[in-house]
Design a protein around this ligand. Structure first.
Ligand SMILES: [Zn+2]
Length: 434
């Protein structure tokens, strides 16, 4: 076989009607200030019928010159590469009209080869901005948008199926979206995005889920939501058979914040006192904030280390004991925090339940409020300690969505944003021929 056959293969030309020229097949030129490679080839064949009148070719269609086109190929050796393609022109003697040879390599009246378009569509699944994809493929931003539109169908909910176990979370949406926050719905078992809703307000959530039949909604077994009160009522009404589960992370955050505020409140009283010891204690409380939040069971009580603020060797346990001896209120809040964290990490629903119903004295208003919130959604929280589902998965997806938004320098249009999320999560199938 001639070497031109292999050049064609190297370039990925699959159309057998395109032949790379024998002589002078490679030229170099400067276009838009860039050195580029130009490969000459010819497209010709014997047409079966006339494109204009449709009559079968029985010697009535003759070759009639060529038309020169320059479709863009994928880069070769880092240089922009064009195909100088001479397309055969045919004359039909029956109708007297002319038409031009067609190829699968590049669409009619298009200057960008299908390989380039396919490559753009594939790049859409990576977290690269449309602008960068455009620059890399030497096309315009609008071409990238058009290619995405042609290669991927817009995601449309069919409303015929609901996963049995749902996880729901919200994220900050684009400016143009109705409502500042959008909602993301995931399948807890398959770990896939089920849908992304533009608006997380009660009415639109209700409208959305009511489009699923009552039977489907009744099949939903669990829904993981966050501690935001109205959601719980809403989802319980929409999925009457489902158990609501509060995300464990959100439970811990509540008491975490309360303990931090109790610590800061105590630090502020120390700040007002005007003696040296109070100042030193203030610095200790400030420095060891992380140790105070550490799970009590993980505190090290045997390893002595030098700590400057204690002017000597002391263990982690020793530091905490000292800090708690300073203030009774702080100690009570600390114990409440540690009990909640313990029941959540070791999944002790009974202990949790009895603790929040016990009369607690000396807790800060914030900690009291946290326990009150727990009592209000007791069932959902106890579920969190008995079921394995949590919102970790959605939080992860949420994080990636933020990255997608940032990479694109923000989206103006919500449906474009939503589509790109689905493309990057490979939830839309790529079409081979657009
Ligand atoms: Zn004709």
């Amino acid at each position: 076989m001639s070497h031109n056959h292999f050049i064609g293969k190297l370039l990925g030309i699959k159309d057998k009607n395109i032949k790379v020229d024998e002589d002078n097949w490679l030229k170099e030129d400067v276009r838009n200030g860039l050195r580029c490679k130009i490969i000459s080839a010819t497209l010709t064949y014997i047409p079966k019928a006339c494109k204009c009148c449709g009559c079968v070719n029985a010697g009535s269609i003759v070759k009639n010159g060529t038309k020169l086109t320059h479709p863009l190929l994928l880069d070769m050796a880092g240089c922009p590469t064009y195909l100088e393609l001479k397309k055969q022109r045919f004359l039909c003697r029956e109708c007297g009209q002319t038409f031009i040879a067609e190829t699968t390599m590049v669409k009619k009246r298009c200057h960008i080869s299908n390989d380039v378009k396919h490559s753009i569509a594939v790049q859409g699944t990576c977290n690269i901005s449309e602008k960068d994809i455009a620059r890399e493929h030497r096309v315009s931003n609008n071409t990238v948008k058009r290619v995405f539109g042609a290669f991927y169908n817009t995601f449309r909910q069919t409303y015929t199926y609901l996963p049995e176990n749902l996880a729901i979370d919200e994220f900050k949406s684009v400016k143009s979206a109705d409502g500042a926050m959008s909602l993301i719905i995931c399948d807890s078992d398959s770990h896939r995005i089920f849908d992304v809703l533009e608006d997380r307000r009660n009415k639109s959530i209700t409208d959305y889920f009511l489009r699923f039949s009552q039977e489907q909604r009744a099949k939903v077994k669990t829904v993981v939501v966050d501690l935001y009160g109205p959601y719980q009522k809403l989802f319980q009404a929409l999925f009457p058979q489902a158990e609501l589960i509060i995300d464990r992370f959100h439970i811990v955050t509540q008491v975490n914040r309360a303990l931090n505020m109790a610590r800061i409140g105590f630090m502020n009283t120390l700040k007002k006192a005007n003696d040296l010891k109070a100042k030193r204690d203030y610095r200790k409380l400030k420095k060891y904030w992380k140790l105070i939040l550490k799970k009590e069971e993980l505190l090290n009580g045997t390893e002595y280390r030098y700590h400057r603020l204690f002017k000597g060797m002391v263990t982690e346990r020793g530091i905490i004991d000292y800090i708690l001896s300073l203030d009774e209120g702080l100690r009570l809040n600390y114990n409440a925090y540690q009990t909640i964290v313990f029941t959540v990490t070791h999944r002790k629903p009974d202990l949790f339940r009895s603790f929040i119903h016990e009369k607690q004295r000396g807790l800060s208003a914030k900690m009291d409020q946290a326990l009150k919130t727990f009592r209000q959604s007791e069932r959902a929280i106890v579920n969190a300690l008995s079921y394995d589902y949590s919102n970790g998965l959605v939080e992860g997806i949420n994080n990636k969505i933020k990255v997608i938004k940032r990479t694109a320098y923000g989206y103006r249009n919500f449906s474009n944003f939503r589509n790109r999320i689905f493309i990057e999560y490979k939830l839309l199938e790529i079409k081979t021929v657009a």
